[in-house]
Write a protein that binds this ligand. Structure first.
Ligand SMILES: Cc1ncc(COP(=O)(O)O)c(C=O)c1O
Length: 342
């Protein structure tokens, strides 16, 4: 038995989720003829407080399509330095949309509206045009940090005042909603586009939904088609996303509770230098110099049937989700303390 704490993307669809597929009505999604996908999109649009939405195979495609719609070649987009867009999308903004990226050094993946103001370039014949700001709710590499909705709205207002569009990477927005107890539209208000991922804490095998105005989604559809993201009988996977919306949102609180417990126990270990504040389902921690390296620990834990992520020479990441539980957590703590607690 292996417990995989590498990411919440590692969840496998539950038996009930798989059963939800059997009776779903399907059609040709590319022709807007898949009722299950249409239903999913209208549910997500209303959940996020937006006019319309489009179903996509992945969150990465949501980010890249949004960037493409909101910018022209030669523009500059503004992201926090640890963001997924900068670090994990294979240079997509440059390769797909021919835009530059300006990075803000934030606080656990978040930044201040004033930092955005400083990053926006004054209009000039010589400079790239600042066109778009992107935020991540929650901030993955910030340790699952949650932006306060007021801060998000201040960033969106700053963007609008400077003539920029605002985009939210909401891969784990529902974690922020559950954690804060504040409904999604209060987080997304003022953002021109936002998406949620179904393949993370929500536990579905495929799919993300990108939302925005009718006009934005019409343009997003053109880019989706161009990139080959249009699907056919996508209700097969959309039905599992609908199941996740109905059954896997509230339970994110369990993931948060487990992560918080693990974070507290790890911070007590002698050879741990620091644990990033644990706000949702992600625990990122740094090993002291006297500890084995992150790579060595990953190997040792793997032999114990435990998978964790190496995110630096001395940095490890643990993510809680549907397929791990407090028993798995106890096992992880037991083995970790064997290696890094004197
Ligand atoms: C913050 C964030 N954005 C975007 C993505 C990309 O999502 P996907 O794996 O669905 O492409 C991830 C995936 O881990 C993520 O953590």
């Amino acid at each position: 038995m292996t417990y995989d704490f590498y990411s919440d993307t590692k969840t496998k669809p539950t038996a009930e989720m798989r059963r939800a597929v059997l009776d779903c009505v399907v059609g040709d999604e590319q022709q807007n003829e898949d009722p299950t996908t249409t239903d999913l999109c209208s549910r997500v649009a209303s959940l996020l407080g937006k006019e319309a939405a489009v179903f996509l195979p992945s969150g990465t495609m949501c980010n890249e399509i949004a960037i493409n719609v909101h910018t022209d070649p030669g523009d500059e987009i503004i992201c926090e330095r640890s963001s997924h867009i900068i670090n994990f999308e294979t240079g997509g903004p440059a390769a797909i949309s021919s835009v530059m990226i300006s990075a803000i050094d934030g606080d656990h993946g978040r930044f201040e509206p004033e930092q955005l103001r400083e990053a926006v370039r004054p209009s000039s014949r010589h400079a790239p045009t600042s066109a778009l700001v992107c935020v991540e709710q929650t901030a993955n590499m910030g340790g699952g940090a949650v932006w306060a909705p007021e801060k998000l709205q201040a960033v969106a207002a700053e963007a609008t005042a400077a003539g920029l569009k605002a985009h939210m990477d909401g891969a784990r927005l529902m974690n922020a909603v559950v954690k804060s107890g504040i409904a999604a539209p209060t987080h997304t208000n003022g953002f021109d586009s936002v998406w949620i991922d179904f393949t993370k804490g929500l536990g579905a095998p495929v799919g993300a939904v990108l939302a925005g105005s009718e006009e934005f989604i019409a343009k997003a559809w053109r880019v989706k088609q161009r990139l080959g993201g249009a699907m056919r009988q996508s209700g097969i996977v959309a039905s599992m996303c609908i199941y996740a919306l109905d059954h896997h949102v509230d339970r994110l609180a369990e993931d948060h509770a487990l992560a918080s417990d693990l974070g507290a126990r790890i911070s007590d270990m002698t050879l741990v230098e620091r644990v990033l504040p644990v706000e949702t389902n992600i625990v990122i921690f740094d090993l002291a110099d006297a500890a084995p390296s992150a790579a060595q620990l990953v190997t040792k834990l793997e032999a114990d049937g435990l998978v964790v992520g190496k995110f630096g020479e001395r940095r490890l990441r643990i993510v809680t989700h549907l397929d791990v539980n407090p028993i798995a957590g106890d096992h992880l703590i037991d083995r970790l303390s064997h290696y890094i607690d004197a």
